[in-house]
Design a binder for this molecule. Structure first.
Ligand code: NCD
Length: 314
């Protein structure tokens, strides 16, 4: 059965665990050069309407490992620059017989709209301030590898929560798997509806990250910010930077994460980003395996079943 991967919020815990187990299994197979399911007859449309480095390349790498072909697409080089709507663009891609779509868009909800009009699986690669499900799944795999379990961990998500789809997907996922989630940041960067999200809000860094097992730092998304949300970048860094000094408030074995791209010297210093407590490079690498899992899972049971025997649930 084909399905979509639009967000974490409406996934069952079982689905999340299947996706993570499948990612771990794909990782082992790639590292040990063992056989992978081959989806070579399928073509995936890669619709990146917003800029991307790691998400885009890891979807490409994931497709490559599974033998999928990709058709690349950007708004500027397509008929959308002539005024074609997203709906008509999606319908065109459907009748061009593409088998699946990966879509990143500045508008929250664009992947759901695409799913309504496209006849195959749609994977959300980040929509506006809504969700970024594959980032959260990769982050969960990284935490599991380093910490052994997610249940009972204290995870502080620090920074520009307001503009971050990564914060939302991670909060849903980690809380569903039993972590204590905290949002930490200045009042102007914590969404007014934060009480509807599964986490407790802290406006003070030291209290918010106290005893944290994991700190997920977030980029200040200046391109999405209205004027005047921050008095200055320097003041933000002085109050909220995760660095050699402030990391001491967290657990001594804290894991420092960041989805990238980093503003070095703003939300993190070099010690937090590159030191032994950092998991940032693992997050990048795990992005590949989680996106392989996203393809197999959305294409349905055949591809998944072939990968399953080696996963921990088998
Ligand atoms: C993030 C995104 O685009 O949502 N990056 C990513 O995909 N790894 C975060 C950001 O842009 O700051």
């Amino acid at each position: 059965m084909e399905r979509n991967l639009i967000g974490i919020r409406h996934l069952e815990r079982d689905d999340i665990e299947d996706l993570i187990a499948l990612s771990a299994d794909f990782k082992l197979r790639v590292l040990e050069d063992r056989p992978l399911p081959v989806l070579s007859k399928k073509v995936v449309g890669m619709l990146f309407f917003e800029n991307s480095t790691r998400t885009r390349v890891s979807f490409e790498q994931a497709a490559h490992y599974l033998g999928l072909k990709t058709a690349n697409f950007t708004a500027g080089s397509s008929s959308m620059s002539k005024g074609e709507t997203l709906k008509d663009t999606i319908l065109t891609l459907r009748y061009e017989r593409l088998n699946a779509l990966v879509i990143r868009h500045r508008l929250s909800g664009a992947p759901s709209l695409a799913a309504r009009h496209f006849g195959g699986p749609v994977v959300n690669a980040g929509d506006g301030q809504h969700e970024h499900p594959t980032q959260a799944l990769g982050d969960a795999l990284t935490i599991l590898e380093r910490k052994g379990s997610i249940e009972g961990l204290r995870v502080a998500i620090v920074g520009d929560v307001e503009h971050s789809r990564v914060a939302r997907s991670n909060a849903w996922l980690l809380s569903k798997l039993g972590a204590e989630v905290r949002f930490v940041g200045p009042r102007t960067l914590i969404p007014p509806h934060a009480m509807m999200l599964p986490g407790k809000v802290f406006y003070d860094l030291a209290t918010g990250i106290e005893g944290a097992d994991v700190i997920i730092t977030l980029r200040l998304q200046k391109e999405r910010m209205a004027e005047g949300l921050l008095s200055s970048i320097g003041e933000y860094a002085a109050m909220y930077q995760v660095n050699r000094e402030t990391m001491r408030f967290a657990s001594p074995s804290v894991l420092v994460m960041h989805p990238g791209p980093l503003n070095r010297g703003v939300e993190v210093d070099d010690v937090a980003a590159d030191g032994e407590r950092s998991a940032i490079t693992s997050q990048i690498e795990n992005g590949i395996f989680v996106r392989m899992a996203a393809f197999a899972w959305t294409f349905g049971e055949d591809a998944t079943a072939k990968a399953k025997p080696l996963s921990k649930k088998a």
